[in-house]
Design a protein around this ligand. Structure first.
Ligand SMILES: *Cc1c(COP(=O)(O)O)cnc(C)c1O
Length: 355
């Protein structure tokens, strides 16, 4: 059966070749007579999987040698706590651009002073703050690159000088070319743009390891993951395998440069239709619009359910907006085919013209 049009915010659509490889590896990994989830994480087969996955992420993102790529668990939500537990000695700057940033702040205040360097709250999180009030003596600055729920995204990251920049890239990692050297730490739960739920990718600059307190429990220390190459304990083997397959797919289609081109094309098509008809009210200010999560309300809210039903009839799923924003949201991550976005645009045009 043909695939549905999948607009879920996360877990989300994955590339078909990666899914196919996953199915085969689950049954029998490379003809060894065992599934990829039945073999030791210290076997030569899994060693090759984790090493290739790391190498491909490094290549795709152009990650310099003085950065570690770690495979952790507990989702981005665990990083919300681990980051301040490790690096917040006195004061950290946080930028509040939506629900996920707010959750990160909620964990940070347990460990030290949080200075709000910027907030989009008053404007209903429709835009990324134009200017920030950064503290020169902060332990780090924390930003959320893409706000999955509100549909806003940083187009340019702040220059924080010598203060380490920490970024939650859960919902837009690998969606566009970025300069990794601007960041001290990048983290992302895999389930939006790079694989299934169950693994969190952390990209960490080496000098930050010196700040890790010795007294932290072993599994809460970034040094453990860096020294043991994410193999101190059993890592989430299947999610890592799938992240490797998604990275392979990305390389095969032309890397981050090509996916960025496709992402910009998809997003432009959708925003163009939403801007053209008065019955749609895009949530994000044009200067802050996300390439990944496109959010809008209907001028007549009663039409929301009708539009969702019309979408379901065409096998388009996952379009209901997050409960805190309402309206609709189309998550058009890397693996969302342009055909799905075209199909959605056609529906939106027909729906607007008949209402
Ligand atoms: C989904 C999401 C999270 C939460 O990720 P978990 O892996 O479920 O903990 C955090 N930040 C952002 C930006 C997200 O989109």
């Amino acid at each position: 059966m043909a695939r549905a049009h999948n607009f879920y915010a996360g877990p989300a659509v994955l590339p078909e070749p990666a899914l196919q490889a996953g199915v085969e590896a689950l049954r029998d990994y490379k003809g060894i007579g065992m599934s990829v989830i039945e073999i030791s994480h210290r076997s030569k087969e899994f060693t090759e999987i984790i090493e290739t996955t790391e190498a491909d992420i490094r290549e795709l993102m152009n990650i310099p040698d003085n950065y570690h790529v770690l495979f952790m668990t507990g989702g981005a939500s665990t990083q919300f706590a681990l980051i301040p537990m490790t690096f917040l000695k006195r004061k950290a700057d946080y930028v509040d651009t939506g629900a996920w940033s707010a959750k990160a702040i909620k964990e940070a205040v347990r460990f030290g002073e949080v200075h709000l360097a910027g907030s989009g709250k008053e404007g209903g999180y429709t835009r990324i703050p134009d200017s920030l009030d950064l503290s020169p003596d902060a332990d780090y600055v924390h930003v959320t690159s893409n706000n999955t729920i509100y549909g806003t995204q940083w187009s340019e990251f702040p220059d924080t000088g010598d203060v380490p920049l920490v970024c939650d890239m859960s919902s837009d990692i690998l969606c566009r070319e970025i300069d990794v050297t601007k960041f001290a730490l990048i983290y992302a739960g895999a389930q939006k743009n790079m694989g299934p739920a169950g693994v969190t990718v952390v990209i960490l600059r080496d000098d930050l390891l010196q700040r890790v307190p010795a007294e932290l429990p072993t599994m809460f220390k970034y040094t453990t993951y860096a020294e043991k190459k994410s193999l101190f304990n059993t890592p989430p083997v299947f999610p890592i395998f799938m992240v490797g397959q998604v990275a392979k797919w990305l390389k095969d289609i032309g890397g981050v440069k090509e996916i960025e081109r496709r992402n910009r094309e998809k997003a432009a098509m959708l925003y163009d239709v939403l801007d053209r008809y008065d019955i749609y009210r895009p949530h994000a200010h044009p200067s802050s619009r996300s390439l990944m999560n496109v959010t809008w309300r209907m001028t007549d809210e009663k039409l929301e359910a009708e539009l969702l039903a019309a979408a379901a009839e065409r096998r388009m799923y996952g379009l209901k907006g997050h409960r805190s924003v309402g309206g609709l949201r189309a998550s058009i991550y890397n693996a969302c085919p342009v055909e799905s976005v075209k199909a959605l645009c056609d529906l939106l045009v027909e729906f607007a013209e008949s209402h």
